[in-house]
Design a protein around this ligand. Sequence first.
Ligand SMILES: Cc1cc2nc3c(=O)[nH]c(=O)nc-3n(C[C@H](O)[C@H](O)[C@H](O)COP(=O)(O)O)c2cc1C
Length: 343
Amino acid sequence: MTFPYPVTHQVPLYLAPMAGVSESPFRRLCRRFGADVVVTEFLSAEGIRRENAATIDKLRFGPDERPIGVQIFGADVTAMGEAASLVTNVFGPEFIDINFGCPVKKVVKRNGGSGCLKDLGLVSDVIRAVSRSTHLPVTVKIRSGWSEEMRDPVAIALRCQDAGARVLTLHPRTRAQMYSGAARWDEIAAVVDALDIPVLGNGDIRSADDAFRMYDQTRCAGVMIARGSFGQPWVFDQTRALLQHLPMPPAPPVEERFAIAVEHAHMAASYENDPRGAALEFRKHLGWYVKGLPGSADLRRQLHQVESLGAVEDIFGEYLAARCRGEISSKPEERAAEEAAAA
Ligand SMILES: Cc1cc2nc3c(=O)[nH]c(=O)nc-3n(C[C@H](O)[C@H](O)[C@H](O)COP(=O)(O)O)c2cc1C
């Protein structure tokens, strides 16, 4: 199975497109920790073609992020084509990915994202329009269908392939499910069997073990990790080791974890134009980095109040000092919550 852009491993590992998360700093970090390919968060075709400043700003990426895909969404074929053309000419990523999976009301009410899945003719038209507007490979990310009644991932995937999609990612939930219920990996296996193009598996990967199991059970051409990367970008290196039948490297010790979080914070600060906004936006990452640590409920409370990224280093420093003094212990109710969060 060949990919239409260079990848360094036979089974490439992808950082999933995620609004507010798969931004340039996190993409760079994940590339360094073994993600083979990264994808931007979904960007509105209308916003791109009108050159909306906030949208265009999100298209910035560095050479160390390549290979990278830019994900666009929209149901207006003209806008989608124009957006693809601008992205190609001005930013030149390795591929353009079309979002047919977003379940958010604001997006689907205009038939964008998974809204397109109600009309497979529209899905084909969008893929064709985008493919005509760029020399780059066009890839798609789909859900299994709009609703349980319309659930038919193989039919949707075949339509995408026929219309010219070069790689397809399946998140095997319907739009109606949003993020509830289990992702049906059996549907990934069925789509892998049915298609000639590479199929990426996505959904419910929480750890490197899950990523390996998905590959093992579905034989997908590549694995796309979304929420499983939160606070643990090293999940990619761990997965790579398992795919190579090597022992899995342990998660870094707490000091190193904090150092990675601080480095990530600095990357975010230098990427964003507004330092306070960057700190507020970064709070979610901080919460993810400390998940499962002893006393993490208290730590998280402090981190969720930071207004400057400098404060983060102080909080981590104090935590490590208190740990050395033997003062960090979880209250029983906290311990139960931490264990549940870590599970
Ligand atoms: C915060 C967040 C933002 C997301 N944004 C996007 C997006 O912009 N484009 C997209 O195709 N999927 C998006 N997704 C869906 C993920 O890419 C992925 O398909 C989904 O989370 C299932 O994978 P997981 O169970 O491993 O998290 C988003 C998911 C999350 C949690």
